[in-house]
Design a binder for this molecule. Structure first.
Ligand SMILES: NC(=O)c1ccc[n+]([C@@H]2O[C@H](COP(=O)([O-])OP(=O)(O)OC[C@H]3O[C@@H](n4cnc5c(N)ncnc54)[C@H](OP(=O)(O)O)[C@@H]3O)[C@@H](O)[C@H]2O)c1
Length: 225
């Protein structure tokens, strides 16, 4: 049995990853702002009121993790929570861009630092990125805040992989596919359960040698930076 911590656990891809990890017998710490009924119906240990826009979410998170019994370490951290604003050159909103950096880039970094004492040689860190963070792959433009914040998340992930490699901790950035969720306004090519299944399988198989890499979780290919 592994211990897995997942953020953005109340819906979308995060909720599906919670369900699938619980179903295979893992102990899941499900981090969210407000638990959904679907999350409450799982056997995950729910950690709520964790808002990545708040100054001190680390305290709220760690206080609740301390209450959960038998958590000697965390085997897998999936930093999945994210926000996306559909902006363009004509109408981008600076506050919305800042918020995307807070939630998509800075919060995952703060999360890993907050959990540091619970990370072990076995830990795998998964940062849910997106293909649209790729510089090379950007032919469409737009979505300034989303692209910029996720691209910076990739850099945070490479840095973390360098900082944590000597402890045997590996870090991966994964694109979950184009998934029908609230973030895409229901558009997409696949459902969240298939995305979650692929993220879990890939994250189970990647090794320390590949730490710091950026993957398409469905196509199982590395993405260009
Ligand atoms: N769907 C796709 O096609 C796609 C493609 C590429 C990458 N991704 C990435 O996949 C991840 C999951 O997205 P999704 O499609 O499952 O979207 P989603 O259904 O909208 O879920 C987003 C999650 O992030 C949480 N969240 C947002 N703001 C937060 C905050 N301030 N504090 C704490 N939690 C917050 C949401 O919680 P609340 O319910 O409380 O808002 C929700 O649980 C995101 O990082 C996204 O960028 C998705």
């Amino acid at each position: 049995m592994k211990t897995v911590l997942i953020t953005g656990a109340n819906k979308g891809i995060g909720l599906e990853m919670v369900k699938q990890h619980v179903n295979r017998g893992d102990k899941v710490i499900a981090v969210c702002r407000t638990p959904s009924k679907a999350l409450q119906a799982t056997d995950a240990a729910v950690v709520s009121n964790v808002d990545f826009l708040s100054e001190d979410f680390e305290k709220t998170l760690l206080n609740q993790i301390e209450q959960i019994s038998s958590i000697p370490h965390i085997d897998k951290v999936i930093a999945n929570a994210g926000i996306r604003d559909f902006d363009n050159y004509q109408d981008f909103d600076v506050k919305a861009i800042r918020n995307q950096f807070e939630v998509n880039t800075i919060a995952p970094l703060r999360l890993i630092k907050a959990l540091d004492a619970l990370l072990t040689e076995k830990t795998r860190i998964i940062l849910i990125s997106t293909r649209v963070a790729s510089h090379e792959d950007n032919t469409g433009g737009g979505e300034y805040g989303y692209r910029m914040s996720k691209s910076a998340l990739n850099m945070a992930g490479i840095n973390l992989s360098i900082s944590l490699r000597h402890r045997g901790i590996a870090v991966f950035m994964l694109h979950p596919g184009y998934v029908r969720t609230d973030l895409t306004l229901g558009e997409g090519l696949i459902d969240a359960n298939l995305s979650a299944q692929n993220i879990i399988e890939l994250s189970d198989h990647l090794t320390l040698n590949e730490s710091g890499s950026f993957w398409h979780a469905i196509e199982r290919i590395q993405l260009p930076w």
